[in-house]
Write a protein that binds this ligand. Structure first.
Ligand code: GLC
Length: 735
């Protein structure tokens, strides 16, 4: 259908048909027995006749059922406008990848682009049209449960991933290999006060623009098709009714012409925020902010026509929103083929195919971060291993948002190990329960029948532990958070693993056997007690379908770990929020007088593990950091170079990181900012010269007049293996 036809179609629509296109309902309103059923377990006040006009469906996929719903819908649709199917494909579709915080640790946007395209291929042939991804919220507070969905604390790196993921999902919008992408959650959702979910966000305009907006802009510039609003307020105005963000910045300043969609129930929540007294006021705030689709409330369907009749909004506002939705459907080819890529044969061919599993395994390999290793890893395959812990033989490894995938397809740690070593050399026991209490299950309505959760069961567990530990050469403990302890609604005030797991770890320690901890978690954790009681610690995140295999590759040395943290691990929850790119303050910590400087009395300022940190089975030496000139103008560039040598005994990846510090500015400037990195593979004895180009645009920031400019003066260049690197060279920008 051409654009002209869209206009013709638009002109034929009744107001009910137009408003219907601005409503998204979940599949509970549609039963794939194909009776268009009304009502859901949650009555949200949608009137019966709205359902037949609905424009899009939330979180349904599967070629057969989707075709049936589309068929039945179109049969009863006068204007034959196909439904849009949208869902949360956050870290893979059926082939689940590591959670995005783990994907970020690969420092490999190209690989993550590949993983996004795998997700798109599997989802497209299952009929899906749009994914609510990438989530590009910048995060600095590990108390917030959704840090798992982010690529981390750095704006530059997050922007690279945003671009890569959008391109991975949509490429040329081939119907059988790609899906449309919806960036979220615009904007600033990752900075809730106190790390508490849905809480108020207080950011200066400068911080918002400097740190938080760039990754959304990168997704928009990469061609994402939709933008989803965030639940939070910005400057006291909830985003879903915030014209400055949604209209002035997103539409007018950035030129975004795609569809905007509210987050789930967010339009109705304007009432809860206290900026709307009823649905009618909420509807007006959102349509005035150019929010096109109302996800899962009846606010638009019950109020837009009333607002129109009262001349409080114009029909062109509705037409503009409907036009964008119709244009998206046209762009996806739905008017020509309402099934788009849905294809049961291709589903069988693509889903969980060897090529996809191979890519997933590589992402696991590169996302795991070696945090500690006192010569226990890698383990030789002839050792007798005791594999203990709640994650020893647990297939729930894909994180809270991976509900499109199936745990039955996941390679557990046990099975990953058995793909490497003889079962005669491996004994497995759970050792303890994962959680100290079952509160996390409450919202999921299922009774958590932990029959193991009794005292005598625990004593049996510890007796099993004693036997297997006594009989082994090395202990591998698989510990961590439950997947529901992070993700949406997963804010925590405590960043430790459960006491039952700490007790297990301490008990094992009493046997003085070499001990490795594999950690499964959706956020940075406070790991002091874990570190004190193990020899080696490998951060595995929630690694997804190929988790067991990817981890076993590392544990047995077939792969050298190369992950680098993209979010600081705090020493203690009391340090949150924490990030590497902080400001100096007027009283920076100094080794002399501490009391009256910017420090804590009872813990260090530094995180336990910093941004960019990660160990390897080999060692890399940096030398000859240099620049080709000491001054540059706006139209010039400087080449910074360094030599990196693998001085160890095994090959491996090293992520060489470039940071810049602006020493003096018209506003305070971060101690360091990541401005480049290169991931290089070096064989033992091999040296490589790495070069970075530095130009004026990399030095720009929002100055005291909120102009995005660079300022003359001195800058320090740091090149090293983490944000803690100290060796630097000074250059001057002359104006
Ligand atoms: C949720 C999440 C959002 C998700 C949406 C649809 O509340 O905030 O990330 O895409 O609802 O499931």
């Amino acid at each position: 259908m051409s654009k002209r036809n869209i206009e013709e179609l638009l002109e034929t629509l009744t107001i009910d048909e137009k408003i219907g296109q601005l409503v998204q309902l979940d599949v509970n309103f549609f039963n794939y027995d194909c009776d268009l059923k009304t009502g859901t377990p949650r009555d949200i006040g949608i009137k019966e006749d709205v359902i037949k006009y609905t424009g899009s469906i939330l979180n349904f996929y599967g070629a057969k059922g989707l075709k049936q719903i589309q068929d039945e819908y179109l049969k009863q649709s006068n204007k034959k406008i196909p439904l849009l199917f949208m869902a949360d494909i956050i870290n893979g579709f059926k082939t689940a990848f590591p959670i995005p915080l783990g994907q970020g640790a690969t420092f490999n946007p190209r690989l993550i682009e590949e993983s996004a395209n795998v997700a798109a291929r599997e989802a497209a042939v299952s009929g899906l049209h749009v994914t609510f991804s990438p989530m590009v919220d910048l995060v600095r507070d590990a108390r917030w449960g959704r840090v798992m969905e982010s690529n981390g604390e750095d704006s530059y790196l997050n922007s690279l991933y945003a671009k890569a993921i959008v391109q991975g999902y949509r490429q040329d919008l081939n119907p059988y290999k790609t899906i449309a992408s919806c960036v979220k959650h615009f904007a600033g959702y990752g900075a809730p006060t106190a790390g508490r979910e849905y809480n108020t966000v207080e950011l200066s305009n400068r911080t918002l623009r400097e740190m938080y907006l760039p990754s959304y802009k990168a997704a928009v510039d990469a061609g994402c098709d939709l933008v989803m609003t965030s639940f939070n307020t910005i400057d006291g105005i909830p985003v879903t009714g915030n014209e400055v963000l949604m209209k002035n910045i997103l539409r007018e300043e950035w030129g975004f012409e795609g569809v905007t969609i509210s987050d789930h129930s967010a339009i109705r929540e304007l009432i809860d925020h206290g900026v709307a007294s009823d649905g009618k006021e909420a509807a007006k705030l959102s349509i005035d902010a150019m929010v096109d689709i109302d996800m899962m409330t009846s606010v638009y369907s019950n109020n837009l026509k009333v607002l129109l009749d009262e001349n409080k909004i114009s029909e062109s506002q509705i037409d503009n929103a409907v036009r964008r939705v119709l244009q998206l459907k046209e762009k996806l080819g739905l008017f020509e083929n309402p099934y788009r890529g849905a294809d049961e044969e291709l589903e069988k061919e693509y889903i969980l195919c060897d090529e996809h599993l191979k890519i997933a395994r590589k992402v696991v390999n590169e996302s795991c971060v070696l945090l500690k290793n006192e010569n226990v890893l890698p383990i030789s395959k002839d050792k007798k291993i005791a594999l203990i812990g709640p994650y020893a033989n647990n297939s729930s490894l894909s994180g809270m948002w991976a509900f499109s995938s199936d745990d039955k397809d996941v390679v557990t740690v046990k099975n990953g190990f058995l793909n490497k070593v003889s079962e005669d050399n491996l004994t497995v026991t759970q050792g303890c329960k994962m959680l100290d209490d079952n509160g996390v299950f409450e919202a999921f309505g299922r009774v958590y029948e932990d029959k193991d959760n009794t005292l005598e069961r625990e004593e049996c567990m510890l007796e099993d532990v004693r036997k297997v530990v006594l009989d082994c050469d090395v202990v591998v403990l698989a510990l961590g958070e439950h997947i529901l302890q992070s993700g949406e609604g997963g804010s925590r005030g405590n960043l430790k693993i459960s006491q039952s797991q700490i007790n297990l770890l301490k008990y094992v320690k009493t046997f003085n056997k070499p001990t490795v901890v594999l950690l499964f978690n959706g956020r940075p954790l406070a790991l002091n007690e874990v570190l004190e009681n193990c020899d080696s610690l490998l951060e595995c995140w929630f690694p997804g379908t190929e988790g067991g295999n990817g981890i076993a590759d590392i544990v047995f040395g077939d792969t050298n770990p190369s992950g680098r943290l993209t979010m600081s691990f705090p020493y203690d929850v009391g340090q949150c929020p924490i990030s590497y790119n902080e400001f100096n303050t007027g009283r920076p910590e100094n080794s002399g007088m501490r009391r009256f400087t910017s420090v804590y009395l009872d813990m260090p300022n530094e995180p336990l593990f910093e941004f960019g940190y990660g160990l390897s089975y080999t060692e890399f030496r940096y030398s000859n950091i240099s620049i080709d000139k000491e001054t540059m103008s706006d139209y010039d560039k400087i080449i910074a170079s360094v030599e990196v040598e693998n001085v160890g005994s095994v090959p491996g990846y090293e992520t060489v990181q470039l940071y810049i510090q602006d020493l003096i500015g018209s506003v305070v400037r971060p101690k360091k900012e990541l401005k480049g990195f290169e991931k290089v593979y070096l064989f033992p004895g091999e040296t490589k010269k790495i070069e970075f180009e530095i130009n004026e645009s990399m030095l720009r920031f929002y100055n005291k007049d909120m102009n995005f400019v660079s300022e003359a003066g001195e800058f320090k260049i740091y090149i090293g293996n983490s944000s803690k690197c100290s060796e630097n060279i000074v250059f001057t920008l002359e104006k």
